[in-house]
Design a protein around this ligand. Structure first.
Ligand code: ATP
Length: 396
């Protein structure tokens, strides 16, 4: 049984019991609505700035996180996401700016006086304590009664799918099990805020995917406001209600995973999230761009004539046309020469040079079925179509 299956577990005191299975199935719609419908933010990061000596680690960070929301801080190494999480926790002082939690300014409160539970990448369990003792640690410090601690620990072990593991020491548990203990410990005092600092990074790929699903479902079920740091974009897309893409200490874009994936507002975001093809071009008219000798119709373009632009299109948005396809007569059909073919199991990833623009490689993905309908071999020529509505144009 996974810990998401356990309907008998009482939700924590500050966390309204939320989802039925059907509500979980609607997470997607909810994600799109989350920032509009959930009222006042539970956590507010206001104008936070952080320097280490001369180095600016965070600049002018504003972020509102709504009750029950799962927000991922995402970005390349060194972009400042861990520093921001540590400032939210009070483990690091901001140079300026404020942190407001549940309407209260906690900016100057030490971590011990703030209302959060945290899970670190390295589990950070006490090696000389059993799972039960690790989970009970905060409850004992809070001077809870023995009976209450025992009941709560049992409840938490069940919540994270570790019934029967209470007497094991960290060294007797797998990485995934240790991280479940760390999660149970973080939830023990029913905090208002759950902070996750790359909690899955140390785990192997299969455990990671399983645990991320379980953490997401648990978070939704408990309704606990959660901020997670990750550098793994697929993790953020899968888990977050909203993702915050950071770059060099600033926020590049905040949005639902779908918005960020489909409507990145800069080439940096487009490139960081998923695979994106970029072609350099020049605007011909408001709805046409020239890339080398290729003229592409585009449906969205705010750049003016003669302006240098970068045209972007996702691999899965490029259509592969069969030799008899009626769409060959449409605009934006490009002939491209196959350079390399990579077998991915369920699909092929193919890199090609478009004719008329031999400098910039493009990548497409074909299902095995699609691949069987075209001549897919080194140096073969494929007809591709770039649907105008799928092309994004960024000022260069
Ligand atoms: P990673 O994914 O590699 O952990 P990150 O986005 O979490 O990266 P941070 O750990 O927040 O990045 O660090 C942001 C920047 O601040 C980095 O350039 C880092 O070297 C710097 N930095 C962080 N902590 C300190 C410190 N205590 N003293 C000096 N510089 C620091």
């Amino acid at each position: 049984m996974t810990f998401s299956d356990q309907s008998s577990v009482t939700p924590t005191k500050k966390s309204p019991a939320s989802s039925s299975i059907s509500q979980q199935a609607q997470t997607f719609q909810r994600s799109e609505e989350v920032s509009r419908n959930l009222g006042e933010p539970y956590l507010q990061v206001e104008n936070v700035h952080k320097t280490f000596g001369q180095f600016v680690a965070l600049r002018d960070i504003h972020l509102d996180v709504y009750p029950g929301e799962f927000v991922c801080l995402l970005g390349p190494s060194g972009c400042g996401k861990t520093t921001l999480l540590r400032i939210i926790a009070g483990l690091e002082d901001q140079t300026s700016g404020r942190i407001i939690q549940a309407g209260k300014d906690v900016s100057k409160l030490p971590a011990a006086k703030r209302d959060f539970g945290i899970v670190f990448q390295s589990y950070a369990l006490f090696p000389n304590l059993t799972a039960t003792q690790n989970i009970a640690y905060g409850l004992q410090n809070a001077k809870e009664s023995k009976q209450k601690i025992q009941t709560r620990v049992e409840e938490l072990l069940e919540l994270v799918g570790l019934e029967g593991f209470g007497q094991k020491y960290p060294s007797q548990m797998s990485g995934g099990q240790q991280q479940r203990v760390a999660l149970a410990r973080a939830l023990a005092l029913s905090p208002g805020l759950l902070l996750l600092d790359e909690p899955l990074s140390a785990l192997d790929a299969q455990v990671r995917v399983k645990l991320r699903t379980e953490i997401s479902q648990l978070q939704k079920r408990l309704g606990i406001t959660t901020v997670m740091v990750t550098h793994d974009q697929s993790e953020a897309l899968a888990m977050a209600d909203r993702a915050v893409v950071m770059d060099k200490g600033y926020i590049a874009q905040v949005g639902t995973p779908r918005t960020i994936y489909q409507h990145p507002n800069t080439p940096f975001v487009a490139n960081f999230i998923g695979v994106m093809n970029f072609l350099h071009g020049v605007v011909v008219t408001s709805n046409q761009v020239r890339c080398g000798n290729i003229i592409l119709d585009v449906s969205q373009n705010e750049a003016s004539s003669n302006q240098a632009v970068t045209v972007a299109i996702r691999p899965e948005d490029i259509q592969i046309l069969r030799p008899d396809s009626p769409e060959l007569a449409l605009s934006n059909v490009v002939t491209a020469e196959v350079q390399a073919i990579e077998f991915l199991g369920s699909a092929y990833r193919v890199t090609l040079y478009p004719e008329g623009n031999a400098k910039e490689l493009i990548t497409i993905e074909l299902s095995i079925q699609e691949a069987s309908k075209v001549d897919l071999s080194a140096n073969s020529l494929l007809k591709l179509r770039f649907p105008p509505e799928r092309i994004q144009v960024f000022a260069a």
